[in-house]
Design a protein around this ligand. Structure first.
Ligand code: AKB
Length: 315
């Protein structure tokens, strides 16, 4: 019987992925953990424990005592926050992954999932339909840790046979949890401002195009990757993954018909430099070939669904 541990479960991806994992494995089989003890309230449907992924002994004790068979290691410091605390972000984003890769060896975990990011690419990477093996010279602390992490995942697969799987997520947009510290977070905050009847100030330029994905597609991709037969996995660093690409202005214009009075201003900050170093669109042919990936949501459908669901969610 599988026993699943989720780290960083209270994050934007973790909040929705943990719920789906309990649907797949059952509430008794999933343990949600997060450094924030208050997150307990977000997990009425499964066990929750406070867990700092930097506490290696406690992580080891958990995996041993709970007889964990799979880990979804989502705890991370995202790109914008990482630029303010580069060395701490290296420890959290990199050292915690190495802890888990070693624990996967020691306890023979069946599978390990770890999210990478479009942040592994840099300013010199071709920006349109960026390929899986395109040049990767990240200029952010977050991107450096994600690229190093990808290489360690491939190393532990090659040298120790660890079944670690990973996706290079674009900007993820969900309404069930607020994002924290990402360069793509504007694409979540804008919905809250529109619903609140307030103007929105974008920290990216109007034409700053980035690869993006609605959260249900991110969950679909994660489960499809993790449930694919081992012999279908040809990429052991991290798979490119794509759904759509848009600019702050395109997102604003998609929301405007629902809120004709809604206004936006553009006030780029340090996050614009991060965004300028990332691709504008991603070629994910390997994910489509290996495990039949295809997204369900484009921009209009995502906007329609978020504006339909968010009012109930924030009540
Ligand atoms: C961020 O903005 O840091 C993340 C990412 C694209 O990896 N959402």
């Amino acid at each position: 019987m599988e026993k699943v541990l989720v780290t960083g479960a209270a994050g934007q991806l973790g909040t929705e992925l943990t719920q789906q994992l309990t649907e797949v494995y059952g509430p008794e089989a999933v343990i949600a953990t997060d450094i924030n003890p208050e997150a307990n309230a977000s997990f009425p449907y499964c066990r929750f424990s406070k867990l700092d992924v930097m506490d290696r002994d406690r992580l080891r004790k958990y995996i041993r005592e709970e007889k964990i068979t799979q880990v979804y290691h989502l705890a991370a410091i995202l790109s914008a926050s990482a630029e303010k605390k580069p060395l701490l972000s290296w420890q959290v984003n990199m050292d915690s992954l190495l802890h888990l890769l070693e624990l996967a060896r020691e306890f023979k975990l069946n599978k390990l999932f770890w999210p990478s990011s479009i942040a592994v690419f840099g300013p010199d990477t071709p920006k349109i339909q960026t390929r899986q093996h395109a040049a990767k010279e990240p200029i952010t602390a977050y991107g450096i840790a994600k690229l190093a992490g990808e290489r360690w995942c491939a190393y532990y697969h090659q040298h120790y046979g660890i079944d670690v799987r990973s996706l290079r997520f674009p900007g993820l947009i969900g309404y069930k949890a607020l994002p924290g510290g990402g360069t793509t977070d504007y694409a979540v905050a804008i919905f809250h401002q529109a619903l609140a009847g307030k103007s929105f100030r974008s920290f990216l330029k109007k034409d700053s195009r980035l690869p993006m994905m609605y959260m249900p597609d991110a969950i679909k991709a994660t489960l499809a990757l993790m449930q694919a037969p081992k012999d279908r996995i040809s990429i052991h660093s991290s798979y490119n993954l794509a759904a759509m690409s848009f600019t702050p202005e395109e997102l604003y214009r998609g929301i405007l018909p629902y809120f004709p009075e809604f206004t936006i201003t553009y006030d780029p900050d340090y996050r614009q430099t991060i965004a300028d170093g990332w691709p504008q669109s991603i070629d994910d042919r390997e994910a489509r070939r290996d495990w039949n990936w295809s997204p369900d949501y484009e921009l209009p459908a995502m906007i329609r669904e978020i504006l339909q669901e968010l009012p109930t969610w924030i009540q």
